[in-house]
Write a protein that binds this ligand. Structure first.
Ligand code: NAP
Ligand code: MG
Length: 483
């Protein structure tokens, strides 16, 4: 695949240069909308990670690490402006690589530009404190970059995750090594190219595509990395935390979810309906903060199922470039996982299903969106993260039961509550176990400004917003005794 943003799609970006992977080999990537070959990407491995970490260290100890914060901010602002100028090209790359409908891919590219803008503006606003202490002392704190930060990201929202994690790491003066998912490297490589054009010094951002067990494991286990940021699945997240423990470095884990929306009988249903459905089918449900469980007070349960079913029946699924409601899943392998879950749906009633377009290529990874009416909140499909366009509608009797069901999974990423009762809004915001709670809306992670992260198996640490800057820095206390 040709793109002006990808001078060498089959190479790594290390020390400001496009370099061939040490293995000399590539990985074939397919277009999930068609199943046809799309591009060959570099099969990076331990040697490339070594080179990338060394380049990052040199940048951190060199010009980049010493650069005044305001100047770092200016560079990030230039990157953001270039991303914005190239939104269409980035969106097309993502649509073809990940199968994301064009409008949704465009929104990711716009979000990436916005992350750069937000973090550009925050570069010179992260400050320490002065602390009242003993007579004769002046005590203050400094927020310092960790040094070299490792970023291992999944395929579902590469641009948004690069924005929130690499953006916050760079603005605080860290030098980054990024390992994108093999299924979705292209926008990461394009971002490196744009950052380079915007004047980011060599080594401040290095990108090494490759397999998780090779390039990913080499990065997470590397003794030269000072902080790890991981977004992905729970099993790999546990491996990353263990690898971080071996070197006693901090780690941020953004894992999956089973996020509920709780709809009380007094809710404004017309306002809620688009949020209820979109939060489940956006990016074909391959969203960590997808709302896969809709909990509804019993007296309006049938009505919500019926209204959601009507929307589902109108959903159309097809190639990313046709820009329908839902694209294919990212790969045939992901389709198999989702179909495996659907085969376990005994005991659930299918309330409605979307339609796969007649002309959708046979080799595409399509799964029609499916809505289930589910009485049992402990059903496997109501507990496990499916990562496909599947939602369950579950009834509840009262606020206590709603809370118990909402909090009754191992995850805790996002939740929402729909009610006109202000006191109930405040109670539920406190009772819901999640990193983000939305009242009378649902943000699927929300805007760039909003801190985001999980509880329980959803992970720990916060990215996005100003809060992320604390995670990407380490605090130093300076105590001066001057009499
Ligand atoms: P994944 O298999 O955990 O992969 C995530 C990243 O880790 C990829 O870059 C992968 O590389 C790499 N990796 C795999 N094995 C590794 C290892 N042994 N050591 C180091 N790195 C390794 O997850 P995924 O299938 O890409 O994404 C789906 C999951 O991610 C879902 O569970 C979803 O909920 C979660 N997710 C969470 C968030 C969030 O913000 N909380 C956002 C997006 C996704 P390769 O793919 O190249 O092998
Ligand atoms: Mg792909």
């Amino acid at each position: 695949m040709q793109s002006p943003l990808l001078p060498h799609p089959d190479r790594c970006f290390i020390a400001g240069d496009w370099v061939k992977p040490a293995s000399g080999t590539t990985i074939a990537v397919t277009d999930p909308s068609t199943g046809a070959p799309l591009v060959e990407i570099a099969k990076g491995g331990a040697n490339d990670i070594d080179a990338a970490v060394a380049a990052a260290r040199a940048a951190f100890e060199g010009d980049w690490g010493r650069m005044p914060a305001a100047e770092r901010g200016r560079i990030l602002a230039r990157i953001g402006a270039l991303v914005q100028e190239n939104v269409e090209a980035l969106a097309e790359l993502e649509a073809r690589d990940v199968g994301k409908p064009l409008t949704q891919a465009r929104n990711d590219a716009i979000a990436l530009a916005r992350y750069m803008e937000f973090y550009a503006g925050s570069a010179d606003k992260l400050m320490g404190e002065t602390i009242p202490y003993l007579e004769g002392y002046t005590v203050y704190t400094l927020r310092e970059a960790h040094g070299v930060t490792g970023h291992i990201i999944p395929w579902n929202y590469p641009m948004q995750i690069i924005g929130r994690s690499v953006g916050a790491a760079l603005t605080t003066g860290n030098a980054c090594v990024l390992k994108p998912a093999e299924e979705a490297c292209l926008t990461a490589l394009a971002f490196a190219e744009l950052a380079h054009r915007a004047g980011l010094p060599a080594g401040a951002l290095n990108v090494v595509p490759g397999l998780g067990e090779e390039a990913g494991a080499a990065l997470s286990g590397h003794g030269g990395v000072d902080h790890l940021s991981f977004t992905g699945s729970v099993p790999v997240g546990k491996l990353i935390q263990k690898a971080a423990a071996d070197h006693v470095v901090p780690v941020t884990l953004e894992l999956g979810g089973k996020s509920p929306q709780v709809v009380f009988a007094d809710a404004d249903l017309d306002a809620a309906l688009p949020f209820l459905v979109n939060a489940g089918i956006q990016n074909a449900g391959q969203t960590c903060s997808a709302s896969s469980r809709i909990l509804v007070e019993a007296s309006r349960y049938a009505e919500v199922v019926e209204k959601m079913a009507a929307r589902y029946a109108a959903l159309r699924c097809g190639p990313a470039m046709d820009d329908l409601d839902v694209g294919p899943l990212v790969s045939a392998a992901q389709k198999e996982i989702v179909e495996g879950f659907l085969n376990l749906s005994d005991g659930l009633e299918v309330a409605a299903q979307g339609t796969i377009a007649d002309d959708a290529p046979a080799g595409g990874a399509y799964v029609a969106p499916r809505l289930f009416a589910a009485k049992d909140p402990s059903h496997r499909l109501a507990q496990d993260e499916i990562f496909g366009p599947v939602q369950l509608v579950i009834p509840f009797a009262d606020e206590d039961e709603a809370t118990a069901i909402a909090n009754g999974t191992d995850f805790g990423l996002v939740a929402s509550c729909w009610t006109r009762d202000g006191a109930r809004q405040m109670r539920m915001a406190r009772k819901l176990r999640a990193g983000q709670v939305f009242l009378n809306n649902y943000g699927a992670g929300g805007g760039v400004e909003l801190p985001f992260g999980g509880r329980g198996l959803s992970g720990h640490g916060r990215e996005k917003g100003f809060e992320a800057l604390y995670g990407f820095t380490t605090l130093k206390t300076v105590a001066a005794l001057h009499g």
